[in-house]
Write a protein that binds this ligand. Structure first.
Ligand SMILES: Cc1ncc(COP(=O)(O)O)c(C=O)c1O
Length: 391
């Protein structure tokens, strides 16, 4: 850990901590991924076939679920899950602090979102707030394991059981995370995944729904492919939300090393936590993301927070200075969902914790190739910027 004395910031003409910026993420393919895609191209079997089936089977197993259903992307995965579980007009408890798709697909399905606040510490859905908002019309809860940190699944399942709610977990950011030693696919009625290019398992575009119920699996299969029960016999209205085998092959190839890469992310997260919170008194005014008890996160993102009262600058100025030191950052997210114009007709109040997080959070570099010395230097850069702007 660096001395906490202020040194001239790079943004003010000082020497940056890194001579060239470190990588924020490492989404690139390896030669074996390219080869796997190439094999499919050479075979000419481009539609969803053996490679999608293999990905469904292996990914479902790896995440503790009985069935996996590949689809075009994580947004389609949410549409499929909501579409088979709920009826238009149902009230669904939704997080005010998450990526838009978790809730925009609730609205797209004709459901009514009931906004639930976040916990300040873990930034995950506040289940006690959800419990306060249950009405006689509430039929479900959608919870995102945000940044890869599982929500308090025990509390969600208890609330669901007590009120007969169906549960959809948005696992787009939490591939291979676990809760009390179990894969996330063991919990809830459906789990949805995104394989967008920058996700922990990235295929470009892609997604999956996992379920444990055979009837739900069938319903999703039908909705995914025009309700077709035999060639050109359409029993229901459906969509074309299918994946393709090139994507499936890349997914299978990347899945071979996903656990190893997830473990590397966990090591980097542990080191960040120690630097920010514990080592030599930590970095005052900055806090590490809180952890849900019993959860082992996937660390899609490592999201730190500023205590704005302790600094003379706002978050955006702070991260600009950090960027100049060679530490790229991202803001997930710059506004809570109730402040998104798209939801203006669905908002009655602004859950306060979620609203506050929008001006405090910043994500630090996180990927499987982040090594100890680099994380330590990132800590040095944060401490340098913090020392300059601390009150
Ligand atoms: C939490 C969450 N849900 C859903 C999605 C949507 O996934 P996709 O971009 O694959 O449609 C994302 C993607 O960013 C996400 O982060």
């Amino acid at each position: 850990m660096p001395p906490a004395t202020a040194r001239k910031l790079a943004i003010d003409g000082g020497r940056p901590v890194f001579d060239s910026p470190v990588a924020f993420m490492k989404p690139g393919l390896k030669p074996q991924d390219v080869e796997a895609a190439h094999d499919v191209l050479k075979s000419g079997m481009l539609r969803a076939s053996k490679k999608c089936e293999e990905l469904e089977e292996r990914f479902a197993k790896a995440s503790g679920a009985k069935h996996g259903l590949t689809c075009a992307n994580g947004t389609c995965a949410l549409q499929l899950a909501y579409g088979v579980l709920f009826e238009p007009g149902d009230e669904i408890l939704v997080p005010a602090w998450t990526y838009i798709a978790t809730v925009s697909m609730v609205v797209a399905a004709g459901l009514k979102p009931i906004w639930v606040d976040a916990l300040e510490d873990t930034m995950q859905i506040d289940v006690a707030d959800a419990a306060r908002k249950v009405t006689s019309k509430t039929r479900g809860i959608a919870a995102t394991h945000l940044y890869g940190m599982p929500v308090d699944i025990g509390a969600v399942q208890k609330l669901a059981k007590a009120n007969n709610l169906k549960v959809v977990y948005d696992c787009a950011q939490s591939h291979l995370a676990t809760y009390k030693g179990d894969g996330l696919g063991e919990f809830g009625d459906a789990c949805t995944y995104s394989f967008y290019a920058t996700k922990n398992l990235g295929t470009g575009e892609g997604g999956m729904v996992t379920v444990n119920d055979d009837t739900l699996k069938r319903d999703i299969e039908l909705m995914r492919s025009h309700g077709e029960t035999e060639k050109y016999l359409h029993e229901r209205i459906g969509f074309n939300y299918r994946m393709n085998d090139i994507t499936g092959a890349i997914g299978c190839s990347r899945l071979d090393r996903l656990l190893e890469e997830t473990c590397a992310r966990r090591e980097a997260a542990d080191q960040y936590d120690t630097m920010i919170e514990d080592f030599e008194g930590g970095i005052k005014g900055i806090s590490a993301p809180g952890r849900t008890e019993g959860a082992d996160a996937a660390w899609h993102l490592y999201t730190a927070k500023m205590d704005l009262d302790q600094f003379t600058c706002d978050r955006d100025t702070f991260v600009k200075a950090l960027n100049a030191e060679g530490v790229p950052t991202a803001i997930h997210y710059p506004r809570s969902l109730t402040h998104q114009p798209a939801f203006k007709d669905y908002v009655t109040d602004h859950p306060p914790v979620a609203a506050g997080l929008a001006s405090k959070v910043f994500c630090l570099p996180m990927h499987h190739e982040l090594d100890g010395p680099t994380v330590a230097k990132i800590g040095e850069a944060i401490a340098k910027v913090a020392a300059t702007y601390r009150r």
